[in-house]
Design a binder for this molecule. Structure first.
Ligand code: AVJ
Ligand code: FE
Length: 420
């Protein structure tokens, strides 16, 4: 990426975050509805802190921080930088205000523009970090939408983030299977475009022959699992998943209530779910969303199939075009695949749980210093998800991209593709 493009990219990504916030009221931006959720205001400040901490402080000698306390408040998890304000208490802060944080963004943007418009001779290292910072802000754009959905879902007024009309209840293709031969394949970062460190190094994997579903599991299909008492039958569940179902059943109604799928509600005979477009009837043809790894895995076992490994997923994705229902479509919700479409829904719509633990690729080493804490230290007790979702920016995703969450997490836009 040349530096003029980097400047344009910087401004575009920063404006995109502000466009999301423009649809919210300040009161929306300060709520933390559960420990996993961060207030919008925190996201806006944290991505700004990233540029201040990792670009301006080391690479722009004239830079002066206007709010030294932000180093502590908006540090997410970088022990190399210093101590952090506790994650679960981010919603306790009424100050700095949303307006203060927007001022902080402008201050950092001005200095970033100074650096980008008049880059010093040895700009390679700051440019590399700025590129990480832009990809980082895109990750937080997805998290802002994911988190505000949870915040709104806790409010009995069920506020809508936007008001996109729902598609008419539709039909989808019969599920088909695509077969892949056994063999030695390569996965991981290829070429010189941006990738996170956890996608490297590219390496060989041997896979047995397998079959992959040619579309995502739908809400209608998942509903059959519910109606077949899937949440009451331990035979489908991993032990840790079964324990999670039991614990959460005690919580009663609300977005965190299991047994039913997250954000689902039954009213009389009809099913509704909460979306970024408000409460809507569930279209049985649309992709199932907001399932945990445990639910995805139990569903797959009930369906007589399994989840794909990340290698299988990437092998199948390698020749697919990088198109799909991303944030830019404006739906902010997974969409059904039409009867006559040959899309496999590989990219966009929902993140697809894989059966692969999130671990280091052979030969992986985290970078030295604070940015080495970005991905590597989370390689324990999480599973890999692939493909991006309807709240992922299109330019953020690629076939080698590895997202990761703990197996009980279900507030992400996460869904199911079957393999066998
Ligand atoms: C890759 C989505 C799990 O949410 O912590 C944000 C993304 N990394 N800031 C996360 C991330 C640093 C990360 N996930
Ligand atoms: Fe972050």
């Amino acid at each position: 990426m040349d530096y003029a493009n980097l400047r344009d990219a910087y401004l575009a990504v920063r404006r995109q975050s502000e466009a999301i916030v423009a649809q919210l009221e300040p009161e929306d931006c300060v709520v933390q509805s559960m420990p996993d959720v961060s207030p919008t205001r925190w996201h806006l400040a944290h991505v700004t802190w990233f540029f201040e901490t990792f670009v301006l402080k080391p690479f722009l000698p004239s830079y002066e921080s206007t709010h030294p306390a932000f180093e502590y408040l908006f540090n997410s998890y970088y022990n190399t930088v210093g101590r952090q304000f506790p994650r679960a208490q981010r919603g306790l802060l009424s100050r700095p205000t949303v307006a203060d944080v927007l001022d902080y963004r402008r201050h950092v943007d001005q200095h970033m523009q100074r650096l980008l418009e008049d880059p010093p001779h040895d700009f390679a290292e700051p440019a590399r970090v700025i590129e990480i910072g832009l990809n980082h802000e895109q990750q937080h754009q997805e998290l802002m939408l994911t988190d505000i959905k949870h915040v709104f879902s806790c409010n009995p007024l069920y506020p809508a983030f936007q008001n996109r009309a729902a598609s008419e209840s539709s039909t989808t293709r019969q599920l088909g299977w695509q077969r892949f031969d056994e063999g030695l394949y390569e996965i991981g970062k290829a070429g010189d475009g941006f990738a996170f460190d956890n996608e490297s190094p590219r390496h060989r994997v041997f896979v047995e022959s397998f079959e992959l579903a040619d579309r995502l599991v739908t809400c209608g299909e998942f509903r059959k699992f519910i109606e077949d008492d899937g949440y009451q039958r331990s035979e489908f569940w991993l032990s840790a998943g079964w324990a999670t179902v039991q614990e959460n059943q005690a919580l009663g109604p609300g977005p965190d209530a299991w047994p039913y799928a997250m954000y689902w509600q039954q009213r009389d005979e009809d099913w509704y779910h909460f979306t970024l477009n408000g409460m809507r009837p569930i279209d049985p043809a649309e992709p199932m969303c907001h399932v945990s790894y445990f639910e995805a895995d139990a569903y797959a076992r009930w369906a007589g199939a399994r989840l794909p490994t990340e290698a299988e997923w990437e092998i199948a994705a390698a020749d697919q075009s990088l198109t799909g229902n991303f944030i830019e479509s404006g739906a902010l919700h997974p969409l059904p695949v039409a009867q006559d479409s040959n899309s496999r829904q590989t990219f966009g719509d929902v993140w697809e749980w894989t059966a692969s633990q999130y671990t280091a690729y052979p030969g992986y080493a985290a970078a030295d210093g604070a940015l080495g804490e970005y991905n590597g230290k989370f390689m324990c007790n999480q599973f890999v998800l692939r493909g991006g979702s309807c709240v992922t920016p299109a330019s953020h995703i690629r076939s080698t991209y590895r997202n990761f969450f703990p197996p009980s997490a279900r507030w992400q836009f996460s869904g199911i593709r079957l393999a066998k």
